[in-house]
Design a protein around this ligand. Structure first.
Ligand code: NAG
Ligand code: NAG
Ligand code: NAG
Ligand code: NAG
Ligand code: NAG
Ligand code: NAG
Ligand code: NAG
Ligand code: NAG
Ligand code: NAG
Length: 843
């Protein structure tokens, strides 16, 4: 094991650095200190309540910076069901059937964030569905014919906020007027927050900003000044490739940055990230965005062929009839990209060329230096109320790396000349804080894209459009809102009921779908119960229905965990949960049907055709992507805990999907979770078994075992073999050491693996099954190496496909000398074999 991917000392230094770095963040003062920060907890008489983001909210009855006009006191009420929300400032509201105005003073002149917080519920004397109102700030109309209850009916949560940017002139107060639609309707508000912002943050008032920073008006004019006669509404603020950033982690303005932007990513991408990166703010002010924005990104990945034929595309639904400010954040993370012309790409905003050759190094002079580019784009009203604003990045053909990269996106709607920000039609559009529907778009679309990639780019665009239209239509119908997508994990935790998260099927529906659980439809059997092939939606959609054994106590928890995890996670490489049923104490889960069953079914003890080496590599890459997403895609890492070949399912295109989240645990960053040891014998991380400290590295270990299983096509535990050979992971390591690994690989693969690819694959697999978690690579590293391995294989295969020309599959270098300890005894001491629940098929 000479070639450790990350030697232990280096890793240690890295950890230390990471820790110190975070300590520093926690203790340092914010980069921007807002002159005004008013937080008004409407309807409350509490002096000072703290919210999750450590903001202190002052009850409006006590605030000295606020007055309510006219001064009536019949308008204050507590939300009756507020317990389901993170309380402050949603517990109480100010409500009225007649117009009222909130006046703030004194407010220093200058641009401000104005955030309005709403919680849709019934308040005493106010029926939930009877809210319909307009909100004005001076001459600006912020919301018109707005109904929080209509908006939240399509969401899986009842609370949300809207953020606006408004300038306050000298000697002016800031007034917000709430006007009910008619005397039958009421207006309400739960909380108002006002925060000053730097004058050059989003506004480009003449004289206050360098000319080169004034955004171009895409396809219209060279420049578009966003002066103080314009109000802005934030519609998207995304940490591309990273996780959510809470308001308290912002640079002092309490902006929320949403993570997991794969919700809006319409093409396949890689996630370069460097959590240790310390951005050098030499080109833009350091309050522009938190460091985390620049520490992660999405790029296209290493496949040059594919990149040259495709775009890295985001689709963001917006209202039509407005100008939008689109801000793209960039930071070059790749150390190898340190010269201009290395990674150049074109930027299209709404399908119009906005930047012909974007070159981050040219803009910043060096990597690790953040920059942003603003564009203003007109989205014409063509009769349709909504439109998908696209951002396309496409590599320039003569660039060294055929790739593109994006670190963050912000999109603001700009007010019209009449000061209006409200959509003409009373449309309920997905807003940034309500990411459910785009998630659904994505999960449908991503699949399509995978199919389309092989068939050329022009076709891809057509498919995207067709698919978009179809999904758009669908999502208006009740059915499609069934499985609510992404919820921020922090806010839902365990207290949320499954009902809120996922479609509920009745037992009758389940019986119809499975012909009353007919034996002939059983496609899998296990200790947990049976898996049936079923049909829902009047027989038009085939699904897999897992009916868990009601006797099992274990089952109850796993059932819940699975629903909670899967309804929050969406990824091409995770199996999709469609819904569940728990009528009459039944525990039934409904998934997308995976035509090709489990990965193991294609490896050994099977009648299936053997998979080719390339297919196996692709399956491993897909599974690695799925795991990488679990480990990094959500706010806290999710540890699967039961990675094995029966939990990797294959769809009709042999695209792999991770399944079975019954044992999954949410970890905390950089800390190990202490748990009772669970998992499957043979795949179980010895480090975890001994110390009972669970980290993502336990999944990495299991994945390493899967890699050996894929290579050798044998059981990971086989008691019929000689003792030395029983446990695949340790046997494979021994063979690598002795230089005899080529004798135990699947005979079908002999002579078909390129030596470079083989060497890399072995190296990665061997590193994954290192004894100590700290020695193992991250899934991201594994993913990158596997992609490279595939490329190495393809380079060899390309000239004369299907002709095996490699006689020897092993290179001498792969035999190494290092002492591996034997740990089989340890495993058998700790493992509880009965707890291993296989995927929705049998083990
Ligand atoms: C941010 O930049 C300002 C001015 O450029 C500087 O004074 C301040 O120390 C910086 N803050 C941090 C946290 O780097
Ligand atoms: C508010 O209501 C209280 C009692 O309900 C009453 O005494 C008081 O005069 C009212 N205040 C105003 C300003 O109407
Ligand atoms: C409050 O919640 C309960 C159960 O969660 C529900 O039955 C009731 O209708 C809710 N009340 C209101 C006013 O929304
Ligand atoms: C508000 O909605 C009502 C009906 O819902 C409609 O009649 C009215 O014109 C709308 N007002 C505006 C300003 O859009
Ligand atoms: C604001 O008020 C101050 C004091 O009343 C006055 O001197 C100043 O001219 C006013 N400024 C503007 C822009 O009206
Ligand atoms: C602001 O910009 C608009 C056009 O974008 C222009 O009509 C207006 O005069 C400008 N106002 C100021 C105060 O510069
Ligand atoms: C690279 O892209 C080409 C063209 O889309 C495709 O045929 C090939 O399978 C891809 N290779 C990888 C490593 O995905
Ligand atoms: C740029 O990157 C290359 C390849 O990693 C390296 O050899 C070179 O020294 C780097 N140059 C600078 C100026 O950092
Ligand atoms: C990339 O997107 C732009 C703008 O939508 C489009 O014109 C171009 O054809 C796309 N290129 C590819 C290869 O998909």
């Amino acid at each position: 094991m000479k070639n450790h991917s990350m030697p232990a000392p280096m890793f240690f230094v890295f950890c230390l650095f990471f820790l110190l770095y975070h300590l520093k963040i926690a203790t340092s003062t914010p980069r921007y200190i807002a002159v005004d920060h008013i937080t008004l907890n409407c309807g409350s008489s509490a002096v000072n309540l703290k919210d999750m983001d450590e903001r202190h909210w002052v009850g409006d009855m006590l605030s000295s910076k606020f007055a309510l006009l006219p001064n009536h006191n019949s308008t204050i009420s507590e939300a009756q069901n507020f317990s389901s929300v993170n309380a402050v400032p949603y517990q109480t509201a100010l409500l009225s059937y007649s117009e009222f105005t909130c006046v703030f003073f004194p407010v220093t002149p200058g641009p401000k964030f104005v955030r309005l917080y709403f919680y849709s519920a019934s308040y005493s004397g106010f029926d939930k569905s009877k809210d319909l109102f307009t909100v004005k700030a001076g001459l600006f109309t912020l919301l018109r014919n707005f109904s929080a209850s209509i908006l939240t009916d399509s969401l899986d949560k009842k609370n949300f906020f809207k953020e606006f940017c408004i300038n306050v002139e000298e000697n002016q107060t800031l007034k917000l007027t709430f006007i009910p639609f008619s005397s039958d309707y009421y207006a309400f508000i739960n909380g108002i927050e006002i925060v000053s912002m730097p004058i050059d943050l989003y506004y480009s008032q003449k004289g206050f900003i360098k000319d080169e920073r004034v955004p171009p008006y895409v396809a219209q004019a060279p420049q578009f000044y966003i002066n103080y006669s314009i109000a802005l509404e934030m519609v998207y603020r995304l940490n591309v490739g990273g996780s959510s950033i809470q308001p308290k982690e912002d640079t002092g303005m309490f902006r929320e940055w949403l993570g997991d932007t794969t919700d809006y990513l319409l093409s396949d991408g890689a996630i370069p990230c460097d959590p240790s990166l310390k951005p050098k703010f030499s080109k833009i002010p350091n309050y522009t965005a938190p460091d985390a924005i620049y520490q992660s990104a999405i790029s296209m990945g290493p496949n040059r062929t594919r990149n040259s034929l495709s775009n890295l595309t985001w689709g963001l639904p917006v209202d039509t009839g407005f100008n939008y400010l689109v801000r793209l954040h960039f930071c070059e993370l790749e150390p190898a990209i340190n010269a201009t012309g290395t990674r150049e790409f074109s930027i299209y905003i709404d399908s119009t060329l906005a930047e012909e050759r974007a070159d981050i190094i040219l803009w910043t002079d060096s990597n690790d230096t953040p920059h942003y580019k603003d564009y203003v784009v007109m989205i014409q009203n063509k009769g349709e109320g909504s439109h998908v604003l696209s951002i396309d990045l496409h590599p320039v053909s003569d660039s060294v790396f055929l790739d593109a990269i994006l670190n963050g996106v912000e999109v603001f709607k700009l007010s019209n000349p009449d000061g209006n920000l409200a959509a003409r039609l009373n449309m309920v559009l997905p807003q940034p804080d309500q990411k459910t529907e785009p998630a659904a778009i994505k999960s449908k679309k991503k699949k399509t894209i995978f199919i389309a990639i092989g068939s050329g780019a022009g076709f891809l665009i057509v498919l995207i459009l067709v698919c978009f239209m179809a999904v758009w239509k669908l999502r208006r119908t009740k059915h499609f809102s069934s499985c609510k997508g992404k919820i921020r994990l922090r806010r839902t935790k365990a207290s949320s009921l499954p009902e809120e998260l996922c479609h509920h099927f009745t037992l009758d529906e389940m019986k119809t779908a499975t012909n009353n659980f007919h034996e002939e439809l059983i496609i899998g059997v296990g200790g947990f119960g049976n898996v049936y092939k079923g049909a829902i939606d009047k027989g038009t959609k085939t699904v897999a229905i897992k009916r868990m054994n009601p006797e099992s106590h274990q089952g109850v928890r796993e059932f819940r965990t699975e629903i909670e995890m899967l309804s929050q996670l969406r990824h091409v490489h995770l199996v999709s949960l469609i819904g569940y049923c728990n009528d009459d104490n039944e525990m039934i889960l409904v998934y997308d049907y995976m035509t090709n069953g489990t990965l193991r079914d294609h490896l050994y003890d099977t009648n299936n055709e053997p998979l080719t080496w390339k297919q196996r590599l692709k399956i491993c890459i897909g599974a690695a992507r799925g795991l990488h997403y679990l480990h990094t895609g959500a706010e806290h890492p999710i540890i699967h805990r039961d990675v094995k070949t029966t939990n990797i399912l294959l769809d009709e295109k042999l695209v792999s999907k991770i399944s079975d989240f019954g044992l999954s645990k949410m970890g905390l960053e950089n800390t190990a979770v202490s748990t009772t040891v669970k998992g499957t014998w043979g795949y179980l991380d010895p480090d975890y078994a001994i110390r009972q400290q669970l980290t993502e590295k336990s999944d990495v270990y299991s994945f390493g075992v899967v890699m050996f299983e894929v290579l050798c096509a044998r059981k990971v535990l086989n008691h019929n073999l000689e003792e030395e050979q029983q446990i695949l992971a340790s046997w494979a390591r021994k063979c690598i050491e002795r230089g005899t690994i080529n004798q135990i690989i699947d005979p079908y693969l002999e002579g078909k693996i390129s030596p470079e690819c083989f060497k890399l694959y072995l190296e990665v697999a061997e590193n994954c099954v290192c004894d100590k978690g700290i020695q193992r690579p991250t899934m991201n590293f594994v993913l990158e190496k596997l992609e490279l391995a595939l490329e190495l294989q393809e380079n060899v295969d390309a000239p004369k496909d299907n002709i095996s020309r490699q006689s020897s599959t092993v290179s001498e270098e792969s035999s190494t000398t290092s002492q591996h300890t034997y740990y089989s005894e340890v495993i058998s001491l700790y493992v509880d074999t009965t707890t291993s629940a296989p995927g929705y098929y049998s083990a």
